[in-house]
Design a binder for this molecule. Structure first.
Ligand SMILES: CC(C)(COP(=O)(O)OP(=O)(O)OC[C@H]1O[C@@H](n2cnc3c(N)ncnc32)[C@H](O)[C@@H]1OP(=O)(O)O)[C@@H](O)C(=O)NCCC(=O)NCCS
Length: 184
């Protein structure tokens, strides 16, 4: 449903979200290999194997081509450093998408993740024309739950989800926001 849309760069006041490519892999590895980042994610293994960021970038390009997902490197507008990755994976069944993100610890606490998430949700609703965005957060991940609340998402459910870095499933809270709730 989204195949014809180009994966445009998304800009905010302090950030540039660039479609993830191989050239970002070295900087992405710097934070994805850290336990404090991987422990809360649904797709970052720990230890982080050599070549993992490169595979992630290649898969991201395929997903963009097929219209199945949109993965961005979050870079600082001032200087271009890659401080995070953020993505929306589209669900086949309905016009919904799942939001995911991970940021470098040295960038935390500055509102960057909230700024990037708001921008990507805007893109998903207005450009991809999705009706619903969902995100799953581990119950102990306070920062991410605050972030989702801050950008207008509401908890609707709890479920067990895989946590590859922990090699087990963990209890997660499911957050949602609908286009009908945010359009003006
Ligand atoms: C979750 C994460 C993206 C937040 O990044 P960030 O850039 O610090 O986020 P923001 O600065 O936009 O802050 C979002 C909220 O989290 C709060 N926060 C930040 N660090 C926190 C911490 N260590 N403990 C509790 N709250 C924290 C902020 O105060 C803010 O809440 P507020 O609006 O009520 O003040 C980052 O901590 C991260 O990448 N963690 C590891 C990977 C991860 O958890 N991914 C998400 C999986 S669902």
């Amino acid at each position: 449903m989204t195949q014809a849309i180009r994966p445009d760069t998304i800009t905010t006041s302090r950030l540039v979200l660039e479609p993830l490519e191989l050239r970002h892999a070295t900087q992405v590895t710097r934070f994805c290999r850290l336990w404090e980042v991987a422990q809360y994610t649904a797709n970052i293994p720990h230890p982080y194997p050599a070549g993992c960021a490169e595979s992630f970038a290649k898969d991201a390009a395929s997903e963009r081509e097929s219209g199945g997902g949109w993965v961005y490197a979050v870079t600082l507008a001032d200087g271009g450093e890659v401080i995070g990755v953020i993505d929306i994976t589209l669900c086949d069944k309905d016009r919904s998408g799942e939001l995911g993100y991970a940021f470098a610890p040295w960038s935390w606490g500055n509102g960057y993740a909230s700024e990037a998430a708001r921008a990507l949700i805007g893109f998903a609703f207005r450009v991809l024309r999705l009706d619903k965005i969902e995100a799953c957060v581990m119950v102990e991940n306070e920062a991410s739950q605050r972030l989702l609340a801050r950008i207008g998402m509401r908890q609707v459910d709890e479920r067990m989800m895989p946590a590859p870095a922990r090699e087990r499933e963990v209890l997660c809270r499911v957050f949602q926001v609908f286009w009908s709730q945010v359009r003006t």
